[in-house]
Design a protein around this ligand. Structure first.
Ligand SMILES: Cc1ncc(COP(=O)(O)O)c(C=O)c1O
Length: 385
């Protein structure tokens, strides 16, 4: 049976060419830690790590490679910033479409106030609504760049202008957009940009990070402290970047893998990746529009969205649909609430959730036609049972 992977919003597959080779190169031929040895292989590994910071600057239009911090994923990046920055009495603004990677660290903090700016039933945010929620104690706006449930993109440039006008720090969750859309640190007036390596960036799991401006970094307490290979005479965490936030040995194989995937993305071009994903989305939506028993959540078109498509099958159990798609046709999807209950409440798909189809740009429109035929056959089969 053919296998068709439609769960790139969870993690991308396949990875970019050369990712595994580059990771093997490190493990088999280099192997040294960085910032902790004066021998040449340690220096070489250090150069790859630094080069990868530069590549991330290039991708996100940012000037300071040393202000690129590696973590294990975007969840750790968001936790570091949210928990390290906010204090008792601070107010924070989010959208109603956030992932639990933002909501859980916020909800876990005692003594802060949270306001959710409501998005409409397509997941769209009107940036002008944000001003209604700003208060004298508003310190932070943290927001998803595109929904992991339905793909709707927020206008980060417009949000950034409002944050600048009111002197509020703006942190962007780019889990669903980095490597998929142009993401611009300067144009969006970001204070920090959080990314994860294993989704649209096409790298391995276990590597993520954040880019942060120096003034903002000074106001954040590190989440973890420990050895950095620098300032060893001191028992206090260094205050400079990236060491302040990079205690312990880095995921160097992960960084090598990310280095290869960033090179692939640069050579391929984000615009070309987006154009392919738009074609796949259009084809999927065209097929679905003719299907009586499927309800689309999110925008019915390619404008203002990514290739993350959520469907509900009102007369059926969505888990059964996803199960049969995999069992009988090898189609891999994700079902449920996708770690974003607030987004489903906004879209009207709570508590049932949806079946999420998220193709990657390595697929073709033929694959999409096949997937849609299989959805059709699955519905027929389940309705006849
Ligand atoms: C919008 C969004 N934010 C955060 C995350 C968390 O990503 P990770 O598990 O890589 O930390 C995800 C992925 O599930 C996501 O889609």
């Amino acid at each position: 049976m053919n296998k068709l992977y439609l769960d790139n919003a969870a993690t991308s597959y396949p990875k970019a060419p050369k990712v595994s080779e580059k990771m093997c190169e490190y493990i088999n031929k280099v192997g040294s830690n960085v910032s902790r040895g004066i021998y040449s292989s340690s220096k070489n590994a250090g150069q790859v790590v630094y080069k990868t910071r530069e590549m991330l600057c290039d991708l996100f239009n940012f000037d300071e490679p040393l202000n690129v911090v590696f973590t294990k994923n975007i969840t750790e990046s968001l936790n570091t910033i949210i928990k390290g920055y906010l204090k008792d009495g601070d107010h924070v603004i989010v959208s109603s479409m956030e992932h639990n990677a933002v909501m859980r660290p916020l909800m876990g903090l005692k003594g802060i106030e949270i306001d959710r700016v409501p998005c409409d039933s397509l997941g769209k945010l009107n940036p002008n609504d944000i001003e209604k929620y700003i208060k004298p104690n508003t310190k932070l706006l943290v927001m998803i760049h595109a929904s992991n449930v339905c793909g709707t993109i927020i206008d980060a440039e417009a949000v950034g202008k409002i944050c600048k006008k009111h002197n509020i720090k703006f942190v962007l969750d780019t889990a669903q957009t980095s490597g998929i859309l142009p993401v611009d640190f300067k144009k969006y007036n970001l204070s920090a940009l959080c990314f994860t390596g294993h989704k649209g960036l096409l790298g391995p799991q276990g590597i993520g990070g954040f880019l942060i401006n120096s003034e903002f970094a000074k106001e954040i307490k590190p989440l973890i402290e420990g050895g950095t290979g620098s300032l060893s005479e001191s028992e206090l965490q260094p205050g400079y970047l990236p060491d302040k936030f990079e205690a312990g040995t880095l995921n160097i194989p992960g960084i090598y893998g990310l280095n290869a995937s960033l090179k692939y993305i640069k050579d391929k071009g984000i615009e070309n990746i987006k154009a392919i994903e738009d074609d796949l989305t259009k084809r999927f939506l065209d097929n679905i529009n003719n299907m009586d028993d499927a309800v689309l959540y999110g925008i019915n078109g390619t404008e203002g969205r990514t290739a993350v498509i959520s469907l509900d099958f009102p007369k059926l159990d969505n888990s059964e649909v996803a199960f049969v798609l995999d069992r009988d046709f090898g189609i891999m999807t994700r079902v449920g609430l996708h770690c974003a209950p607030s987004a489903h409440k906004t879209l009207g798909s709570y508590p049932k959730g949806t079946v999420r189809f998220s193709p990657g740009h390595f697929l073709t429109v033929k694959d999409i036609d096949y997937a849609c035929q299989c959805i059709y056959k699955t519905l027929k089969l389940l309705k006849s049972e």
